[in-house]
Design a protein around this ligand. Structure first.
Ligand code: IPD
Ligand code: CA
Ligand code: CA
Length: 251
């Protein structure tokens, strides 16, 4: 029997510890490489944090599989536990010292997220959710806002690793802009989802995201009373890349 609350407490300690690596990084000497294209960057710190988290999670739940953004992954299966990890969500922000990045850890049981933790080291905010037990930020229960579209902040991601999607992104964004209060682009999908979960914003959408970007944040939004689907309204899958639409429950 696994006690998710104990497990989440341990994950919170682990991500807080890894957050120090982000805050203390030596930006002058940082090793930066490209992955799928010129905008898709990875630093030595993304890899270091992923390694540190993999070791830590192995101690917390040895039988769980591990899927992280920076490679050497197990295969997701329909049963059993699996961690889905983004060691730095907002790598470009991190490289630019823009102070909006997070560590995201989700625990899946089969195809369902049962626990999610997102840590923003710059604000020392740890968001966590447990399936059926609510969503929290630094120990306080959070919920989505009840603001209508006319008073909504709409967050979006630019799908930076596939620039062919930007025109469509702008078309959707333009529709929202005229109906909503205003729009924002922060550079971390995980933190966008946390913002919807705690009512700082009402909507977040992006045409292409990966499971490690949204796995933890999805549960946070849902446990905070919101709704998360693909842009077409279908359930999100963890099998591969997907569009995403997260919102409060009145929009
Ligand atoms: C990216 C960020 C960004 C989003 C991209 C993601 P990364 O993650 O979440 O906000 O627009 O789609 O890939 O590469 O910084 O971990
Ligand atoms: Ca990411
Ligand atoms: Ca990342």
């Amino acid at each position: 029997m696994i006690y998710l609350k104990d497990l989440v407490n341990k994950i919170c300690l682990l991500v807080k510890d890894c957050g120090k690596v982000i805050l203390n990084a030596d930006r002058e000497k940082m090793q930066i490489d490209t992955k799928s294209g010129v905008a898709d960057l990875v630093t030595e710190y993304d890899k270091n944090i992923q390694d540190k988290i993999a070791v830590g999670l192995k101690k917390i739940l040895p039988e769980a599989k591990f899927i992280g953004e920076e490679g050497s992954n197990d295969k997701l299966s329909d049963a059993g536990y699996a961690f889905v990890v983004d060691p730095i969500d907002g790598t470009t922000n991190f490289i630019k010292d823009y102070h909006i990045s997070a560590i995201s850890v989700a625990l899946l049981e089969g195809k369902e997220v049962v626990a999610g933790v997102v840590y923003n080291p710059y604000l020392d905010e740890v968001f966590y959710a447990i399936k059926g037990q609510g969503a929290f930020c630094n120990g306080k229960k959070i919920s989505v806002s009840s603001q209508p579209m006319s008073n909504a902040l709409v967050l979006f991601g630019s799908s930076p690793y596939d620039k062919s999607l930007f025109k469509e992104t702008l078309e959707i964004l333009s529709e929202y802009f005229y109906k909503a209060l205003d729009i924002r682009r922060c550079g971390s999908a995980a933190l966008d989802l946390c913002s919807v979960a705690c009512g700082r914003a009402e909507v977040y959408f992006e045409l292409q995201t990966s499971p490690w970007d949204f796995a933890a944040g999805k549960l946070l939004v849902e446990e905070a009373g919101g709704v998360v689907t693909t842009l077409d309204g279908a359930p999100l899958s963890f099998a591969g890349k997907s569009s995403i639409l997260a919102k409060n429950n009145v929009i």
